[in-house]
Design a protein around this ligand. Structure first.
Ligand code: NAP
Length: 286
């Protein structure tokens, strides 16, 4: 990183807590690689201070901010305009402070999810049936991405089935895609998933040894791709089960790298050095 001086541009991440964030490692590595006179800083912002923090960033010439828990939804009333993805997801993870003083809110998770798939050669979801497990915040980004990419049918499967039905109805109404909801019980899931090209896990089950999803082996047809957006551990029990059945698999590291890369591209107008960002992220997770 070049020495901080009077021309240094500040970007960063807000959260509460924030000390766990890996984003500074990933972004500062990219900033060094691009030779920018920039610095990416973590800011501990509590919910009650969010409006004044955003106003302060704008007033002091900060270029962009990433947001993590618990601020993603609360940023919505604080921006001047939003991307369609952020609107559907109902959450903002990236702010851009524009030169005319306006604040643009985006959600880069959806595009990050798709870019990571393309990178490993997963087929485009266009015209395919897909199953998405989970109906929380990450699921909203993933289903929005799949709908925009032209999936022909989206099955949302969730432990609390009512949430799956609600999200599927919203998908049909707002994005015009054929969608249905179901629970995570084996019989229901097997039936709903028949003929799917892609199975995505957006639940947090699998992050810890005791909480793995219990899914029947027959769910995993060898031609089906299986994408778990969890990145730690790199191989969840779901991905192990799918690989044992012969499925091509993908974890969430690429999505995390690409959502950050897209944010950096929005702020800088430059192509992000994705491999540099990935290496820095892997090192910070070790
Ligand atoms: P969230 O809004 O809290 O939603 C959690 C989801 O997981 C809900 O659908 C919940 O089902 C389900 N769930 C939790 N524990 C479960 C269990 N034991 N069995 C079955 N389902 C369970 O969380 P989120 O923000 O969507 O994040 C979900 C995961 O995505 C996290 O692991 C996060 O790290 C990961 N993620 C990764 C990236 C990336 O860039 N790779 C980005 C965002 C998120 P109920 O509705 O029934 O409670």
């Amino acid at each position: 990183m070049s020495a901080i001086n009077g021309n240094t541009t500040v970007v960063g991440v807000i959260g509460d807590p924030i000390s766990h964030t890996r984003s500074p490692a990933m972004h500062n590595a990219a900033i060094r690689s691009l030779g920018l006179n920039w610095v990416y800083v973590p800011f501990h912002v509590t919910p009650e201070n969010l409006p004044s923090a955003v106003a302060g960033f704008r007033a002091s010439g900060v270029r962009g901010i990433n947001a993590t828990i618990p601020h993603k939804e609360a940023l919505i009333p604080l921006v001047d305009k939003m991307s369609p993805e952020a609107e559907f997801v109902g959450a903002i993870n990236t702010l851009v402070f524009e030169e005319d003083g306006r604040i643009y809110g985006d959600n880069t998770d959806a595009r990050g999810f798709l870019r990571a798939m393309e990178e490993v050669g997963f087929p485009s979801p266009k015209g395919s049936k897909v199953v998405v497990m989970g109906a929380g915040g990450a699921s909203r980004a993933v289903v929005a991405a799949l709908a925009r990419a032209g999936a022909s049918e989206i099955v949302v499967a969730n432990r609390t089935a009512s949430k799956a039905h609600r999200l599927a109805d919203e998908l049909s109404d707002r994005m015009g895609v054929t969608a249905c909801g179901c629970g995570l019980d084996s019989a229901g899931l097997l039936k709903a998933a028949e003929g799917s090209a892609l199975l995505v896990n957006t639940t947090s089950a699998g992050m810890h040894t005791h909480d793995a999803l219990s899914l029947p082996d027959e769910l995993f047809a060898p031609t089906m791709r299986v994408y778990d957006i969890i990145y730690a551990p790199p191989e969840t029990p779901l991905l192990r089960q799918a690989a044992n059945r012969g499925c091509q698999t993908l974890n969430g590291l690429g999505m995390l790298v690409h959502q950050g890369a897209i944010a950096l591209e929005l702020w800088s107008g430059k192509t992000a050095p994705v491999e540099v960002m990935r290496d820095a992220l892997i090192e910070s997770l070790a």
